[in-house]
Every structure is written in structure tokens, then in C-alpha cells.
Design a protein around this ligand. Structure first.
Ligand code: SF4
Ligand code: MG
Length: 327
């Protein structure tokens, strides 16, 4: 609730605050058991910051996170450690997060022993079970991260996250570094595990085709704020925010027989250090009006979703036409 993360840029010997990067602002969402909430947006829009702040990996400037009714961010170190068991993270590049000098067996045994989920007597058995669940072979246990392909390495990353039997896993671009064919295998694995264990995913991605496939609900983030949230089918069928509409138009078509329309979102993502006035999307928005430059639209309920646009009702019928330049 109200999750906010600001980074302060300091300058000079007095370390005066010279600027504030509002990486995440007043972020609100729920993730239910067995459900996937996707957070989408361009790179640099604050998605990863939201994921890390959510887990307490980076301290929040404001806001709260609760899991099964328990406050997460205010826990002391000991309580945080046992809470960490229930909230795990998977990264885009598991290579960076796996210790290159530890075998897979050691990597997986560590969390099991740390959280008393295995004893020295049965840890090998528990490791073997994890490998099996994640589609790896028993002989992979003795291998090192560099001996694996990208897809297998991501399976190891997933197995490690799964070791502590988490309630929630933040998946930060988990398939973005993989070949398309391997992407599908990893997505299928994540979905299997979700069905089996009722895990809730916060699925961070810039890839709208992947998100459409995996998400129950989608939150679209622009410059650190949620600008639209809706059930997945509704969001793709009828985006309510001009930014969402631009993203969907810019996304590659899943059907290659359909002519590819390459229409990236016009303009660059502005700096989060000096976000535009009013609606932060206004310099790129084909529908921008005078009001948009002055007044920031609140995220408000609309047709079972939420949207932050003054003129959301006007794009209900099939979207807007050709972009008009904004003076
Ligand atoms: Fe575009 Fe205005 Fe809506 Fe912002 S509030 S998305 S600038 S129409
Ligand atoms: Mg990121």
C-alpha cells in the first residue's frame, strides 16, 4: 500500500540533495494465491525498483507491504529472515545471482539448511526432489553454473527460489535473456509450479506477448506510477490508457502471418529526475490536452480496472487515430 521509493542525488561536501528520482510512487496492488500480477512498462520505468522494494531488498521511502496479514517492511532482522523464506525473487540473469564456485547441490542445500527445511541427513534427497520438480537431472547436482545453458541456469534459479516453499515469487524479467523456444519451457515450468504450490507471482516484464500469456492481472507502470491496472483479457481487448494502447500497438504480433506494424511508443522515456508536469505521459501522448500539462490524473476505477487518464472514457471505442504532435 502506497509503496514509494525515491533516490536522492547528493552533491558537494555538505551532500545537499540536488535532485530526487521518484522511482516508485504510491504503488498499490494485491497478489492472490495462485495468481500472477504482471508489472509492465518500458525499461527504466521503475519496475525492478518496485520488485526490490516489495521484498525489502531496498528500503522503501514510504508505504507498507503485508503478506498473509503480517507487515513485512517493519520486521526486525530475525523476523525478516523467516519472512524472506516466504518471498523469493528470480532474476533475468541467474548467472549473476548464482555463486560460480558452488555446485547446484550446494546452491540448493544452502536455503534448505538455513531455514530448517532439511537436515544434513536428508538434504541430498530434498535437493534431488527440487531438481526433479524443476526439470533438471540428478547428475546436474554436481555441476557448476557455467556448465549450464541459459535455460537450465534459470531452472536452477527457480529451484533455489522454490527451495524455501515461498508464498510469493517476484519474477524480474525471468525469460527476457532466453531464446523464444526456451522462454516457453521456462514459462510452462513457472505455471506448473504455480498450479502445484499455489504461488503468487509478481511478474515484471517489458514483453507484452509474454505477459498476455502468463498474467491474471496487469499493472502498467509509467515513470514510477501505475497508470492502468486491469484483468489481462480486458486490458488487451480494451486498453483504457493511451500509454497502454501505445505499448500494445508497438508489441510484435504473435501471429507472423499478420503484417507487422512497427509503431514504437513515440518519443523517449523522460528522465525520472525531472518528470514532466501534470500527467507524466503528456509529452508523448497523442491525446494530450492543456489540462494534462497542469493536472496529474489520479488512478481511478473504471469498468473493473483502474486508470490514470483524464480522458480515458474517450478511448473506450477502439482507441485513438493518428498521433497529433504536442506543442
Ligand atoms: Fe494523455 Fe492526458 Fe490521459 Fe495523460 S491524462 S494519458 S496526457 S490524455
Ligand atoms: Mg529492470
Amino acid at each position: 500500500r502506497g509503496l514509494t521509493k525515491h533516490f536522492y542525488m547528493r552533491r558537494g561536501i555538505l551532500r545537499r540533495i540536488a535532485g530526487t528520482v521518484q522511482a516508485a510512487n504510491d504503488i498499490n496492488f494485491d497478489v492472490n494465491e495462485g495468481e500472477t500480477l504482471a508489472i509492465v512498462g518500458e525499461s527504466g520505468c521503475g519496475k525492478s525498483t518496485i520488485g526490490r522494494t516489495l521484498l525489502g531488498l531496498t528500503p522503501a521511502t514510504a508505504g507498507t507491504v503485508s503478506l498473509d496479514g503480517e507487515q513485512v517492511l517493519t520486521l526486525d532482522k530475525t523476523a525478516m529472515r523467516s519472512m524472506r523464506r516466504k518471498m523469493q525473487i528470480i532474476f533475468q540473469d541467474p548467472y549473476g545471482s548464482l555463486n560460480p564456485r558452488m555446485t547446484v547441490a550446494e546452491t540448493l542445500a544452502e536455503p534448505l539448511l538455513l531455514h530448517d527445511l532439511a537436515t544434513p541427513a536428508d538434504v541430498s534427497q530434498k535437493v534431488a526432489e527440487l531438481l526433479d520438480i524443476c526439470g533438471l537431472q540428478p547428475w546436474h547436482a554436481g555441476r557448476y553454473p557455467h556448465e549450464f545453458s541459459g535455460g537450465q541456469r534459470q531452472r536452477v534459479g527457480i529451484a533455489r527460489a522454490l527451495a524455501t516453499r515461498p508464498r510469493v515469487i517476484v519474477c524480474d524479467e525471468p525469460v527476457s535473456a532466453l531464446d523464444v523456444s526456451v522462454q516457453a519451457q521456462i514459462i510452462n515450468l513457472l505455471e506448473d509450479l504455480q498450479r502445484q504450490f499455489g504461488i503468487g507471482y509478481v511478474f515484471i516484464s517489458h514483453d507484452l506477448a509474454v505477459v498476455r500469456h502468463v498474467a491474471t492481472r496487469v499493472a502498467v507502470v509509467y515513470l514510477g506510477r501505475i497508470v492502468e491496472e486491469a484483468p489481462t483479457a480486458a486490458l488487451y481487448a480494451q486498453p483504457r490508457h493511451p500509454y497502454t494502447l501505445s505499448l500494445i500497438k508497438a508489441a510484435p504480433r504473435p501471429d507472423p502471418s499478420v503484417e507487422q506494424i512497427s509503431a514504437p511508443v513515440q518519443g523517449d522515456l523522460p528522465s525520472a529526475l525531472n518528470p514532466p508536469s501534470g500527467c507524466a505521459f503528456h509529452p508523448r501522448c497523442p491525446m494530450a490536452q492543456d489540462r494534462c500539462r497542469k493536472e496529474r490524473p489520479e488512478l481511478r476505477p473504471l469498468d473493473g480496472g483502474k486508470v490514470a487518464c483524464h480522458f480515458a472514457e474517450q478511448i473506450q471505442e477502439g482507441g485513438f487515430g493518428e498521433p497529433t504532435p504536442v506543442p
